[in-house]
Design a protein around this ligand. Structure first.
Ligand code: ADP
Ligand code: MG
Length: 697
């Protein structure tokens, strides 16, 4: 057995462990719950708990924890040891079915958006047996959903699980109407490509902004950025490569199929992609991946930055959320096959996604919004803030045919001529990669590219699942009633293309023309997180979430509050950190520099030699005037921060003030500081520069 085979999944209570360790009947019952979503019998849980405990103890675990995903983007855990005292003063190792199924962490300090008054602050965790338990740091981790006493979701997993059921239900209705009698479930799948930066720990430690906010709040451009594109897919530096090797191994142990790794566009930026999995497991795995990336980096004297925009002026990080739907029989519903024009099932599911994305673009937009992503979306690098869909040549041609009254052919892909007879002729990809589209069809899946690098991928996926479920339910309603299903399908396709072709755009999403064109088409261009959050309380969005049982009105309202509060807190921390650095580090440094200049002028003059001191004088004037301006900007930012914290009442107004007042003042302050950085002596500058951080590994 190869090493990889040996370690892959070695810390996971996965299917093969279950099959080996559970009595046949128990294994079967558990499998049925996992595969078919049936309710789990408590007696089954009792046996599973026993087997899990024995397995975990053999692997050296001493504790167990319910592992959950509160509204913070990171995971939470509360550890209990397996030990239980006996009458004779010794201990035995215990873990009951009850402890496996349900936990009661004190949850009063997790964000709930007003859902949970403190007197009933207890939250409950419930075992999610569809995602396998695993061992991490000597603890048996049990993936769980987290909810309030009254059953409201306080986490990211619960709506995701609900949305998977909703989509499955509606997709099966459509498949039945198309004559499929064998598929029982439709599963949504996700492969999230994770981007990140790796920097030296010493650099990180000397920058308060990185420590407190995860991004640099100051920093002039280095002489070299990413313009030569020599980092992209370049050979990986040894130190980083050592880190990546260990990361892969740690992930493999947890059954995470880390597959590709490469350098990204920006210096010090990298990417890791796993093989796709169910949306639920992929989401859990992505949370673990982010956690382990940070941990392993530290072991190498490195720090992993997951922030969307750690450095201004060079590319930021995101996640490409590759999403598809497939039946429990393994048929990918977004696989066009060789002749997509004949594949009505594919065309129906494709058009369902197109309509869903157009109808709920605002909901999708907010699912990818966070304060960090505001620095990317619409800022000429990552996808624009406008949601549109790229379908590629072949599908565009088919959509055109549908609109003209019927599809009869599929464009075949050309062969690429490389011009060397010994090289094979490669067929051209019919969904040629358009990197500027926020939502691109890439062969047999959609790639949602707006997703922020630091956030959980739960929200983008439960949003996608729900809005597609909604469109599929409308399609199913029609097909179930139709006299002639074939004719009805053609009608549906025609109507969707006609009404929603405006969301399809195959051109350059970064261009100025597209912004104008999108406006003409009536597509929303929601530039900021704050504005996007409004979508969470729009009536049509409340309706769709409620109808499919994914989030109730109360739960949506609480998420609206949580998102706004998160924004306000983030900006507040950033602003306070900026003020701290500007007042205690930058200002003293530039004053020291100015004093040095003044002393130099005086010293030279005092020699009586008729030397030219224009250079020092000019520099002194420049530095002094910038310093005065900087001091002013500090004052303005302070006033703005004070004002923000004095605002009470409407959370939206507070968040909007943070974005349109505090944040703008932060930018103004930064601009002066960055100018100063470029003229002040490197020796006096109080923290490492972009050049130091990005090019030192
Ligand atoms: P690229 O960088 O060209 O976008 P990658 O190979 O890095 O492509 O990533 C593609 C991702 O899409 C991988 O995580 C892969 O597992 C995932 N993927 C492939 N097929 C599906 C599918 N049917 N559903 C969801 N994700 C998929
Ligand atoms: Mg990609």
């Amino acid at each position: 057995m190869s090493k990889l085979n040996e370690i892959f999944g070695s810390n996971v209570f996965n299917d093969s462990v279950m099959r080996e360790r559970l009595p046949k009947a128990v294994y079967k019952a558990l499998r049925k719950t996992i595969d078919e979503g049936t309710t789990l019998d408590p007696s089954v849980a009792e046996v599973v708990a026993g087997a899990m405990k024995d397995w975990a103890i053999e692997k050296g675990a001493t504790h167990f924890t319910h592992w959950f995903q509160p509204m913070t983007n990171i995971t939470a855990e509360k550890h209990d040891s397996f030990i239980s005292p006996t009458a004779d003063g010794k201990v035995i190792m215990e873990f009951s079915g009850k402890e496996l199924i349900k936990g009661e962490p004190d949850a009063s300090s997790f964000p709930s958006g007003g859902l949970r008054a403190t007197f009933e602050a207890r939250g409950y965790t419930a075992w999610d047996c569809t995602s396998p338990a695993f061992i991490k740091d000597g603890s048996l981790c049990i993936p769980t959903a987290f909810c309030s006493y009254t059953g409201e979701a306080l986490d990211k997993k619960t709506p995701l699980l609900r949305s998977m059921e909703a989509l499955s239900k509606q997709a099966i209705r459509v498949l039945r109407a198309l004559g499929n009698t064998t598929a029982n479930r439709v599963i949504t799948t996700v492969g999230p490509e994770q981007e990140y930066f790796i920097i030296d720990k010493k650099m990180y430690d000397s920058r308060k902004d990185l420590i407190f906010t995860g991004r640099t709040l100051f920093g002039a451009k280095a002489p070299k950025g990413q313009e030569l594109e020599d980092h992209y897919f370049g050979s990986i530096k040894e130190r980083v490569s050592e880190f990546m090797k260990e990361l892969d191994e740690e992930l493999w142990k947890l059954g995470i199929s880390a597959k590709t790794k490469h350098n990204e566009v920006a210096p010090a930026q990298h990417e890791l992609a796993p093989i796709f999995n169910t949306t639920n497991i992929a989401t859990d795995h992505n949370q673990l991946t982010m956690e382990i990336m940070k941990k392993v980096a530290l072991r190498h004297g490195l720090v992993c930055l997951l922030h969307e925009k750690p450095f201004a002026g060079i590319n930021g990080s995101g996640k490409h959320n590759n999403w598809s739907m497939s039946t429990d029989e393994g048929v990918n519903l977004l696989d066009p096959g060789k002749t997509p024009h004949e594949n009505k099932q594919f065309l129906l599911f494709l058009c369902a996604v197109i309509k869903a994305v157009d109808d709920y673009a605002d909901l999708l937009r907010v699912s990818a919004a966070n304060p960090g992503n505001d620095h990317r979306l619409g800022a000429n690098e990552a996808p624009p803030a406008i949601i549109s869909i790229f379908v590629g040549d072949q599908l565009q041609d088919i959509l055109d045919q549908i609109e003209k009254g019927g599809v009869t052919s599929s464009k075949v892909s050309d062969l690429m001529e490389i011009g060397v007879t010994t090289l094979p002729a490669l067929p051209k990809d019919t969904t040629d990669r358009n990197r500027t589209s926020p939502f691109a069809f890439t062969g047999n899946k959609f790639e949602f590219r707006m997703v922020p690098s630091s956030a959980s991928i739960a929200a983008p996926n439960f949003t996608l699942n729900t809005i597609v479920a909604e469109v599929l339910s409308g399609i199913a309603d029609r097909l179930e009633k139709a006299q002639d299903v074939e004719t009805e399908i053609d009608k549906i396709l025609f109507e969707i293309v006609k009404e929603h072709k405006k969301i399809v755009f195959n051109g350059n999403g970064y261009s100025e023309e597209w912004i104008q064109e999108a406006e003409r088409r009536g597509l929303p261009n929601i530039r900021t997180t704050v504005e996007s959050i409004k979508a969470l309380i729009q009536e049509k969005n409340l309706e769709v979430m409620e109808k499919h049982g994914v989030l109730s009105r109360i739960e949506m309202k609480s998420r609206y509050e949580i998102s706004l509060e998160h924004y306000i807190k983030t900006i507040n921390i950033e602003a306070l950190t900026m003020l701290d650095m500007a007042k205690k580090q930058i200002l003293p440094a530039v004053i020291r520099f100015a004093t040095g200049l003044a002393e130099s002028i005086n010293t030279i003059k005092s020699t009586g030699v008729d030397a030219d001191v224009t250079a020092q004088s000019e520099l002194l004037v420049e530095v002094s005037s910038l310093t005065a301006s900087l001091k002013n900007k500090i004052k303005e930012l302070e006033t703005s921060v004070d004002k923000a914290s004095s605002l009470h009442g409407d959370t939206y107004e507070q968040a909007a003030f943070c974005r349109f007042d505090v944040f703008e003042k932060m930018n103004a302050l930064r601009s002066d500081a960055d100018k100063l950085e470029t003229i002040v002596d490197k020796e006096v500058w109080p923290f490492p520069t972009y050049g130091d951080i990005l090019f030192n590994i």
